[in-house]
Write a protein that binds this ligand. Structure first.
Ligand code: CP
Length: 296
């Protein structure tokens, strides 16, 4: 397995290996086995990123890889070179593997079929389709707190429809027999593909839930006709002290980042003792190092 396009195409035995290796790397960091020496990895990010791009770069360097950072804005893409010709050009420069983020839905399938067998590839987010490494690091973080995911009670709050994280996360949780997942937010952000979904928060309604996974409003992926009353969203769904008190939620809070403070979450809640937000970021570093070690 050297091409990670989505979660559906991965065997559970491989995912178990990724999680075991993540745990082992977290204990060894920063003294990692130099599996990347003599190999070159290229990061191609057509969309902005802090967590995904820099954790891959940091992890790859700690494993001994040489890292090339391709930036579309300062590349020959600006002179009209196509995506396909860019990849062929980088292959001719003897790149051994790619980490690619791109706004086009499902481009990961096209990339997988374009690349030679010996070249590795990791999808770092493609349009609205998938973000497999974010799902892996989130589920790894959930497993740290609740080893048996089959009994986990998860509520996903906010802009589910425009998230590429959530389809990957649900697919991955299914592989670990987690079925108690529900959705909370305005009807305009949660289509019927995601159920059960709730658009109000009666008193005490989240008291039994283990994890509240909060999403920002991903306006950059809104299509023509998508809309949201943000004032109403904040009034009803912002995770703040009043929301927590009313809903009775006392479990762990997660967010894939970036957070929009004072939109979907307040600073106090993001920094509270039950927040796993920075633990997710840290685990992302270990998990991406584990994945790079396993796909060579
Ligand atoms: N969660 C996530 O993908 O963050 P970045 O956009 O910062 O990589």
């Amino acid at each position: 397995m050297n091409k990670i396009s989505d979660i559906a195409s991965l065997e559970k035995v491989f995912l178990d290996k990724v999680f075991d290796s993540t745990s082992s790397i977290s204990k060894k960091w920063p003294n990692l086995e130099q599996v990347g020496v003599g190999k070159t990895i290229c990061l191609l990010f057509w969309e902005p990123s802090t967590r995904t791009k820099l954790s891959f770069e940091h992890a790859a360097k700690k494993l001994g890889f040489d890292v090339l950072d391709f930036s579309p804005e300062s590349s020959s893409i600006k002179k009209g070179e196509s995506f396909e010709d860019t990849i062929q050009t980088l292959l001719a420069m003897k790149v051994d593997g790619f980490v690619i983020r791109h706004p086009e839905d499902h481009i990961s399938k096209k990339i997988t079929s374009m690349l030679p067998e010996n070249i590795f590839y990791i999808n770092a987010g493609d349009g609205n389709h998938a973000h497999p490494t974010q799902a892996m690091l989130d589920v790894y973080t959930m497993k740290e707190k609740f080893n048996d995911l089959a009994n986990l009670k998860l509520t996903i709050l906010g802009d589910v429809d425009h998230s590429r994280v959530i389809p990957s996360q649900i697919e991955l949780l299914k592989k670990y027999s987690c079925s108690d997942i529900n959705f909370l937010g305005p009807e305009s952000l949660i289509s019927e593909n995601f159920s059960p979904a709730f658009s109000d928060v009666p008193k005490g309604s989240l008291a039994e839930r283990d994890i509240l996974f909060i999403l920002r409003i991903q306006k950059e992926r809104f299509k023509h006709g998508d809309g949201l009353d943000e004032v109403n969203f904040i009034e009803n769904f912002q995770v703040n002290d009043k929301f927590l008190k009313n809903s009775g939620f006392t479990g762990f809070l997660m967010h894939p980042g970036p957070m929009n403070i004072d939109s979907e979450i307040t600073r106090d809640v993001a920094n509270s003792k039950n927040s796993l937000v920075l633990r997710q970021v840290e685990n992302g570093l270990y998990l991406r190092a584990a994945l790079l070690s396993l796909i060579l």
